[in-house]
Ligand binder design. Structure first.
Ligand SMILES: NC(=O)c1ccc[n+]([C@@H]2O[C@H](COP(=O)([O-])OP(=O)(O)OC[C@H]3O[C@@H](n4cnc5c(N)ncnc54)[C@H](OP(=O)(O)O)[C@@H]3O)[C@@H](O)[C@H]2O)c1
Length: 250
């Protein structure tokens, strides 16, 4: 049995990932604020946690509880964590960003994946199995635009964090393999949100409107296929940050 923890499963990429991972050989642990009843109805064994990842100080107790389930399996075939949950806002010039909005953004996009990784490594330290963490980053970490300072900073931070832990785990006897990946432009609510920002707050908004009009956005389903292909590769974690996902045809 593989145990797979996925954040941000109420919609978008996370929902598509969970949907594709439902099978009798997987035990899924899904996390978002709004529970996804459609997923819950399809998988009797799924543990669905309604949890706000901005409350990072609660993650320790939360993981204690989650790993109590995983540790009941004496011979796990693998234990995976997919840090997918993320937010875009605030999108505006920095002088308009409020301190509490900046802090909340960083808690969800950066601090939560860091704390979850910390507890994942602690809890799995003495478990000899295939252990992997996939962090969903973004090309915005590298390609910068005005008004997206929070998003670019949190994703660049996630990339650096992933590289650091990749190094840290490199020489461990039973390492956690870790990689961050840029999924490409995907047709989800996050993209709807970018398109609806006022031009005075985000001068590049027309480029995102055009991207959707031209049919250039990937579907969450095809993105999930490519991400799962990447996650399951034998050499997963060899490269800490992967900027180009290979699309899976068919
Ligand atoms: N779409 C793109 O073009 C694109 C491109 C590059 C990278 N990404 C990255 O891909 C990931 C998924 O994005 P998406 O496009 O699928 O976005 P989405 O449709 O907006 O979904 C975001 C998910 O994150 C969860 N989430 C947000 N805040 C949360 C919180 N405080 N606590 C727990 N869960 C929270 C949401 O659940 P609740 O609201 O129910 O909590 C939702 O399930 C993100 O990390 C994003 O940065 C997306």
């Amino acid at each position: 049995m593989k145990h797979i923890i996925i954040t941000g499963t109420s919609r978008g990429i996370g929902e598509a990932l969970a949907q594709k991972l439902i099978n009798s050989n997987h035990r899924l642990y899904c996390i978002s604020r709004r529970p996804n009843q459609n997923l819950i109805d399809q998988d009797n064994h799924m543990q669905y946690y309604s949890f706000d990842l901005s409350e990072t100080y609660k993650i320790e107790a939360f993981f204690q509880n989650l790993f109590a389930h995983i540790k009941r399996d004496p011979h796990p075939e693998g234990i995976y964590l997919i840090n997918n949950a993320g937010v875009l806002s605030p999108v505006a010039p920095i002088e308009h960003n409020k301190a509490e909005d900046i802090a909340r953004h960083m808690q969800i996009n950066l601090i939560a994946p860091m704390v979850m990784t910390s507890h994942f490594v602690q809890h799995t330290k003495h478990i000899e199995t295939d252990k992997r963490i996939m962090n969903i980053s973004s090309a915005s970490a590298k390609y910068l635009m005005p008004s997206q300072s929070c998003y670019s900073t949190s994703k660049a931070g996630l990339d650096s964090f992933t590289k650091s832990i990749n190094l840290e785990q490199e020489n461990q006897r039973n390492p956690v393999k870790i990689a961050a990946v840029y999924p490409g432009g995907v047709d989800t609510r996050l993209q709807t949100e970018i398109r609806s920002v006022r031009k005075e707050d985000f001068p590049y908004v027309d480029a995102f409107i055009q991207l959707e009009k031209a049919g250039k956005l990937q579907s969450p389903e095809e993105t999930a296929d490519a991400l799962l292909h990447f996650l399951n590769q034998d050499d997963f974690g060899k490269q800490a940050v992967v900027e180009h996902l290979i699309p899976i045809s068919g």
